[in-house]
Design a protein around this ligand. Structure first.
Ligand SMILES: Cc1ncc(COP(=O)(O)O)c(C=O)c1O
Length: 369
C-alpha cells in the first residue's frame, strides 16, 4: 500500500483541475485581482449555502474571528469565553482586542463546549461566547444560545472546521454569526489564505464589510465612512472557492461515508460521538489512544500519516502561562489533548485504504498491555 497522507490536496486538484484552471485563468484575463464580480459571486453563494443573508470574504479565518469580535465591540475590560482544545487563533484574537480569554472545559464524548460549565463561567464582564465546532461537528447551540439570551451575551461561532455542518437540519452558523477559515486543508479550502464572516444581519455584515476594506461601502472607492483596515479576501481565492463550493456537498457525503466505515471497523476504540440531531462534516476523524506516541509511531511505520489536533491545550501553552492555570484546570480537554489522534480522512480515500488504516489501529491497540 502506498503512503497514506492525512489529507490529499493533490488528489482533490486532479478531480477539479479543468474547472479550477479555467477560473484562475479568467481572473488572470480580467486582471480584477481585488474585489469585483468573482468575489461578490462567491460571497453570495456561500451565504446562500449557509442559509444566511450575508457572507463577507476576509483574508483568513483568524481575521474573520478578529473582525467579528471587534465589530461586536469587544475590547479592554471584556471577557470572551471559549474552549482550551482548539487552534490558538480562536483565543489569540480575544487577546489582540485587549479583552480577557476565559476557558471552559468540554464534553468528553464530543470534545465540544460544555454548556453547563459555560453557564457557571459567565460573569457581568462576559461580552461574547465563542464556541468551536471542532472536527466538523456543531456544539450544542440550543443550550448555548439559551444561556446567551438569558445573560444578554452575543455568540460568535468558530466554524473554521465545519463548512456545511448541520444541527437539526440547519447549517452552521446555527445562531447569527459564524466565522470560517478556508485554509487549504479545510473541507472548503482556498489555494492560499482566506476566510469569511457569515451572518443573518445585514447591518452587521455592512459594518464588517466596511471595516475589512478601509471603511468603504461595497463598490465605493474614495469615501471612508469609518476607520477600518485591510482584511480583504483575494479575488483569486474567491474564484477557486466558488469552483470548490459546487463540490462541497458531494465531498461531505464521502467524508461521512468514510467516517461510518471507520466507526464500523474500529471496534472498542474510543472515537468522537456524533450527537443526535447533528450532521458532522468530519473535518477530522479523531480517535483516542492511551499510548498515543506508540500508535503514531506504529502508523508511521506502516506509511500512514496521522495527526494530533491538538496536543497542548491552550491554557498550557507558554503564551498563556500568564493566566497561571495549572494542569488539572480543564481535565476533559487535557485528557483529549493527551490521547487524540486524527486518522487520514479525505473524500478520495477508498474503502480498502480505510480498512488498512483501521486494521493497523486495531492491531496496535489490541496488542497494548
Ligand atoms: C478552529 C479554528 N479556528 C480558527 C482557525 C484560523 O483559521 P486561519 O488559519 O484561516 O486563520 C482555524 C484554522 O486554522 C481553526 O481550525
Amino acid at each position: 500500500m502506498d503512503k497514506l497522507p492525512l489529507v490529499d490536496l493533490q488528489a482533490q486538484y486532479r478531480g477539479i483541475k479543468k474547472e479550477v484552471d479555467a477560473a484562475i485563468q479568467n481572473i488572470l484575463d480580467t486582471t480584477q485581482f481585488i474585489g469585483g464580480a468573482a468575489l461578490t459571486q462567491f460571497e453570495q453563494r456561500f451565504a446562500q449555502y449557509c442559509g444566511k443573508k450575508k457572507s463577507v470574504g476576509v483574508s483568513n479565518g483568524t481575521s474573520a474571528l478578529y473582525v467579528a469580535l471587534k465589530m461586536l465591540g469587544v475590547g479592554k475590560g471584556d471577557e470572551v469565553i471559549t474552549v482550551p482544545n482548539t487552534f490558538i487563533a480562536t483565543s489569540e484574537v480575544i487577546n489582540e482586542l485587549g479583552a480577557s480569554v476565559k476557558f471552559v472545559d468540554v464534553e468528553a464524548d464530543t470534545a465540544l463546549m460544555n454548556p453547563e460549565l459555560l453557564k457557571k463561567a459567565i460573569t457581568p464582564k462576559t461580552k461574547v461566547i465563542l464556541p468551536v465546532h471542532l472536527y466538523g461537528q456543531p456544539c450544542d447551540m440550543k443550550a448555548i444560545s439559551d444561556i446567551a439570551t438569558d445573560k444578554n451575551v452575543a455568540i460568535v461561532e468558530d466554524a473554521a472546521q465545519a463548512h456545511g455542518a448541520r444541527q437539526n437540519g440547519k447549517r452552521v452558523p446555527v445562531t447569527d454569526i459564524g466565522c470560517f477559515s478556508f485554509y487549504p486543508g479545510k473541507n472548503l479550502g482556498a489555494y492560499g489564505d482566506a476566510g469569511a464572516i457569515v451572518c443573518g444581519n445585514e447591518e452587521f455584515a455592512l459594518k464588517c464589510e466596511r471595516f475589512v476594506n478601509h471603511g468603504r461601502n461595497p463598490g465605493e472607492k474614495y469615501l471612508h465612512h469609518t476607520l477600518g483596515s485591510n482584511y480583504r479576501m483575494d479575488t483569486l481565492q474567491a474564484a477557486v472557492l466558488d469552483v470548490k463550493l459546487k463540490h462541497l456537498d458531494s465531498w461531505t457525503q464521502k467524508r461521512r461515508q468514510t467516517a461510518k466505515w471507520y466507526d464500523g471497523l474500529l471496534k472498542g476504540v474510543k472515537t468522537i460521538t456524533e450527537r443526535k440531531g447533528n450532521e458532522s462534516v468530519y473535518h477530522l476523524y479523531v480517535i483516542q489512544s492511551e499510548n498515543r506516541q506508540g500508535l503514531l509511531e506504529h502508523l508511521h511505520k506502516q506509511g500512514i500519516q496521522a495527526g494530533v489536533h491538538y496536543p497542548v491545550p491552550l491554557h498550557m501553552q507558554p503564551s498563556y502561562a500568564y493566566l497561571g492555570l495549572k494542569n488539572g484546570s480543564f481535565p476533559v480537554a487535557e485528557k483529549l489533548c493527551s490521547t487524540c489522534v486524527s486518522l487520514p480522512l479525505y473524500p478520495e480515500l477508498t474503502r480498502e485504504q480505510v480498512e488498512f488504516v483501521a486494521e493497523q489501529v486495531m492491531a496496535f491497540e489490541s496488542s497494548r498491555p
